[in-house]
Design a protein around this ligand. Structure first.
Ligand code: ZN
Length: 290
């Protein structure tokens, strides 16, 4: 009888324990760490640098301006990254490739992707030289290229054709799909590219849209925003930049489409943590320029 009571009490305690356990975490909280990926919109002032980090793979899209390479190398070290699976140079403008030579000199990189367009600046030559020192050959960034990394689908959607003398029109556009979540990174792709993408019939929907060209009004047309239909927009721009990025036209369009805006000029480095179903967003004050 006594042992029966003890057994009953133990059973009750177990039941109470299970009932009071916090089994309903907040969305994105306590996810299965094996399936979590992070996307970082790095604070590089006026320029672009975005990182995709899965458990074993890391992909860097652009490396900010000349002089930002050291900051990015420090960010990568803070995140425990000692090797890059791939680097994507969206196009040869200095605010995207300027820091890549410093990064390539500091970390081993397995693959480098860039659009097939030549540029004659010293910055571009520095980038090519750093790639050569790594002993890798640049793979062409163009629509249809799949970058093989674990746990996600990473695909280039653009360029769909050769660009013009405007280097932005060569921008690689990168689609990242992690289970139910998706991201679209536009580089500096102009409306011409947006039209190409719309005409291609590809599924452009994304939860997070990395806005083209730092929020300039040469990108982010209304039909494109409606096709992507993101809930959040990431804008990489420098505080008080001379171009007035992001432009009021773009900010108004984003507001009209009820898209929440995350700006590096206001929030610093922005982290998106995806567990495949939900995305948590936070500002990383520890990853800031020196
Ligand atoms: Zn740019």
């Amino acid at each position: 009888m006594k042992w029966g009571s003890v057994a009953l009490l133990a059973l009750c305690l177990i039941v109470v324990f299970y009932m009071t356990r916090d089994d309903e975490p907040l969305p994105g909280d306590r996810p299965d760490t094996a399936s979590v990926i992070n996307v970082y919109g790095f604070d590089v002032g006026q320029g672009d640098s975005t990182l995709i980090q899965t458990k074993n793979d890391t992909v860097l899209i652009d490396g900010g301006n000349n002089g930002k390479g050291d900051d990015i190398v420090r960010y990568l070290k803070t995140l425990g990254i000692t090797r890059l699976t791939a680097v994507i140079a969206t196009h040869p403008d200095a605010d995207h490739i300027g820091g890549l030579d410093t990064i390539l000199d500091a970390l081993p990189v397995d693959q480098v992707y860039a659009p097939r367009v030549n540029h004659t600046t010293e910055t571009y030559r520095d980038f090519l030289l750093a790639v050569k020192k790594q002993g890798v050959t640049i793979k062409t960034a163009k629509s249809g290229v799949v970058i093989p990394i674990e746990a996600v689908r990473l695909k280039l959607l653009a360029p769909l054709r050769d660009g013009t003398s405007d280097l932005n029109s060569w921008s690689a556009v990168v689609q990242l799909i992690h289970q139910d979540n998706s991201f679209l990174f536009m580089g500096d792709a102009p409306i011409r590219t947006e039209q190409d993408l719309l005409e291609s019939g590809m599924d452009l929907r994304a939860d997070v849209l990395k806005i083209g060209h730092h929020g300039a009004d040469t990108s982010s047309s209304i039909p494109f925003l409606q096709a992507v239909h993101p809930s959040r927009a990431l804008i990489s721009a420098g505080k008080g930049n001379a171009y007035g990025h992001p432009r009021p036209t773009v900010m108004n369009a984003l507001a009209a489409e009820s898209i929440t805006v995350d700006r590096t000029d206001r929030m610093g480095t922005i982290q998106y943590m995806s567990n495949g179903q939900t995305i948590q967003v936070k500002s990383r004050t520890d990853l800031r320029p020196e």
